[in-house]
Structure formats: structure tokens, C-alpha cells
Design a protein around this ligand. Structure first.
Ligand code: ADP
Ligand code: MG
Length: 362
């Protein structure tokens, strides 16, 4: 399957530039997820790849061949849209085989392909049903099946789950992960849902305002976000941010904020030293703050609980620390009173520092 490369891709509508200098390499058979808030340019990127939108500047390469001058049908791609339209009068099998019939494929080849894809998607028992006799999730699977029966080298998905309710989304996400293991093809998947991105992607590309903010494996982006935007976008509940200044005393470095003074681990202290002093933003994920009344001052934050949200085994506490709002999680059985101040230990590896002006990670 081809490797795909976007090289300095720019998209303008009139004078308005909506995508700026997009550079991206997708390796063979990679599952790439473009993720970002609504309006950041995900669909536009995908549509340029598919040939449905023109490229204003830059080039798209497949296996080092430029393709932006090619018609969509000559690009060896199949696309699944957010608003899939199935043919209501055709059964599942015919919906899935329609494109192959148009291509005048031999009948037994079509039947074999439809059976193979139906098996992958768990649709074998539904081949004779009409779309009206299926659930939303099943219809979505048929829409995917329609793309998968086409023997394209690359599959493009634009928010294929966004019309489904939360439970079905979760179910389809698991099914997609399974499908992904069985179908070794390039897949480019667009979503605004960071959970979908984290669970499905080999490579996540985080977009914002027409820029790529960072790309890499889910783990890389989660553990080492390159900037405050990526840090705050991936992870749930999201990362906490607070203003700090650096204090150097002897060999040690501390981050001082409103009501806390936390020792920085050696490696982070070294990066902070190189950067010089200045105002910084400290980021800590809720999962890196542990309820611990005995934590020493140099690793602790004292948080005043203002809201407690019971969500089952865990409770999410929204707390105040000076001016900052800090979210933490505790086991539900932990006895907590609103207004109470509790001590949390900061996991040293969980401390992130960002330049307050550029928002880049140190
Ligand atoms: N046909 C168009 N004309 C003008 N602006 C457009 C057009 N299509 C999209 N845009 C703008 O381009 C930006 C990116 O849109 P889009 O790629 O659809 O975002 P996403 O899929 O990430 O939600 C948005 O600001 C949108 O308003
Ligand atoms: Mg979109």
C-alpha cells in the first residue's frame, strides 16, 4: 500500500487561508487520525487528499508520485462520509456491491468480496435486509462496508461515528479497532473526539486553526505534548494549568505558584535552567495528582474542594488552588466534604512546563 506525503499543503478560499503549510508523512498501512476542534481544517485536508477540493499550494504524493492533478477516481481511494446515504430500496448486499457492479466486476468476485467484508463487519446475517430494517450502528457499518468492498489502497473516513449516540459510538469504536487489525491498508480518519483518536490511531495528528500542532503516537503525544494546546486537548479530564515562576536555590529548582512550591525533577530543572527564568505555565493531569495527606511540602498541592462529581468507582473533584481551578480524581469511597482542603501529591514525571507566551513545552 502506498505511503502518503503532504508537502507544504495550503488551502485558501478566496483570500482566506484556512490551512497553512501542512507537512505530513503517513507510512504504509498506518492508521492516521486527524483530530482537532470543529473548524480546524480536518475535513478540508481529507477532501484535498481525496481530490474533492483543489490544492492551493503544495503537493500530495503517493509513493513519491504527485497526485494533486488526478481526478478522485484515479487516486486509488475510498471514502466514508459523516452523512452516509445508503440506497433505501436496496438490501445490504446490493448497497455494498453497488460500486463493484458499476465497475463491471464478475458476479462471483463481487459475491466473494461482499461476504468477506460482511464477515469483517459482522453483517453476514443482515445481507438481505434493507437499510430501514437496521439500527443506526448497523447502517453505519454498511456505509463502511460499501467503502471496504472497493479494493482501494487507502481508505478515508470523515467523522464516521458522529451521528451515533454515545453508547453506540463506544461499540463502533471497538469494532473499528478490530476491523483495523484485519484490514491492512492505509487509513486516514478524521474526528473531533480525542478518545477515538487515542484508541484507534497509530499516528495522531492534532490540528488547530489550520495548523498541525503535533503528530506522533498516542503515547508520545500524551506523555510529551509539544505545546499547551495538545496538552489540554488530549486526556480526560483535561490537564490542569496554573501560573508558576521558577526559583533556583543551590542545585534545586522549584516551581512556585499560588499556595504551592514544588520541586522539579532533575531533567525538567535542567531544561528550565537553559530556558532561563521567567513566567511559565505548569500543567499536571488529574491522574498525576494523588490524594495523600502525608505528602511532603515540596511535592504537594493543597486543594480546596468546591464540587464533587460522582461518576461511579471514581469521583471527580473540582478544586481551587489560589486563583486556579484544579481537577483531581479520587476513589468514590474517600470521605470528602465540600469546602475541605485536601493534600495531593504531584507525580514528578507528571509535571509539564510551558512558556507562557509561546505556549511551547520546555
Ligand atoms: N467552501 C468553503 N468556503 C469558505 N470557507 C470554508 C469552506 N469550507 C470550509 N471552510 C472553512 O475552512 C475551515 C476548515 O473547515 P473544515 O476543514 O470543514 O473543518 P473541520 O473538518 O476540522 O471541522 C473552517 O474555518 C471553515 O469555515
Ligand atoms: Mg469536518
Amino acid at each position: 500500500m502506498p505511503k502518503i506525503r503532504l508537502d507544504g499543503l495550503v488551502k485558501r478560499y478566496g483570500v482566506l487561508e484556512v490551512l497553512h503549510n501542512i507537512d505530513l508523512v503517513m507510512e504504509e498501512n498506518e492508521f492516521t487520525v486527524l483530530v482537532g476542534p470543529s473548524g480546524c481544517g480536518k475535513s478540508t485536508t481529507l477532501r484535498m487528499l481525496a481530490g474533492l477540493d483543489t490544492v492551493s499550494e503544495g503537493e500530495i504524493y503517493m509513493d513519491d508520485r504527485p497526485i494533486s492533478h488526478l481526478e478522485p477516481k484515479d487516486r486509488d481511494l475510498a471514502m466514508v462520509f459523516q452523512d452516509y446515504a445508503l440506497y433505501p430500496h436496496m438490501n445490504v448486499a446490493r448497497n455494498m456491491s453497488f460500486a463493484l457492479k458499476l465497475q463491471k466486476c464478475p458476479k462471483d468476485e463481487i459475491d466473494a468480496k461482499v461476504r468477506e467484508v460482511a464477515k469483517i463487519l459482522g453483517l453476514t446475517d443482515y445481507l438481505n435486509r434493507k437499510p430501514g430494517e437496521l439500527s443506526g450502528g448497523q447502517r453505519q457499518r454498511v456505509a463502511m462496508g460499501r467503502a471496504l468492498t472497493r479494493d482501494a489502497g487507502t481508505f478515508l473516513f470523515d467523522e464516521p461515528l458522529s451521528n451515533l449516540d454515545a453508547k453506540l459510538r463506544g461499540q463502533m469504536r471497538a469494532e473499528l479497532a478490530l476491523m483495523r487489525q484485519r484490514v491492512k491498508k492505509n487509513m486516514v480518519y478524521v474526528t473531533h473526539d480525542q478518545v477515538e483518536a487515542m484508541t484507534l490511531a497509530d499516528r495522531i495528528v492534532v490540528m488547530h486553526d489550520g495548523f498541525i500542532r503535533q503528530q506522533g503516537s498516542p503515547e508520545e503525544l500524551f506523555k510529551r505534548p509539544a505545546n499547551k494546546f495538545v496538552a489540554g486537548f488530549l486526556g480526560s479530564p483535561p490537564m490542569n494549568f496554573m501560573d508558576v515562576t521558577l526559583e533556583e536555590d543551590g542545585a534545586a529548582f522549584h516551581a512556585r505558584g499560588d499556595g504551592f512550591r514544588i520541586a522539579l525533577p532533575a531533567e525538567l530543572a535542567e531544561r528550565a535552567r537553559r530556558k532561563g527564568h521567567g513566567d511559565l505555565t505548569m500543567g499536571i493531569r488529574p491522574s498525576d495528582l494523588n490524594y495523600d495527606a502525608a505528602a511532603p511540602d515540596s511535592t504537594a498541592m493543597d486543594l480546596r474542594v468546591s464540587i464533587s462529581e460522582y461518576i461511579g468507582a471514581q469521583s471527580v473533584l473540582i478544586c481551587n488552588c489560589g486563583e486556579a481551578t484544579v481537577t483531581v480524581e479520587v476513589k468514590s469511597e474517600t470521605p470528602i466534604a465540600l469546602g475541605e482542603t485536601l493534600r495531593f501529591a504531584v507525580r514528578p514525571e507528571g509535571i509539564h512546563l510551558f512558556d507562557k507566551t509561546t505556549e511551547k513545552a520546555l
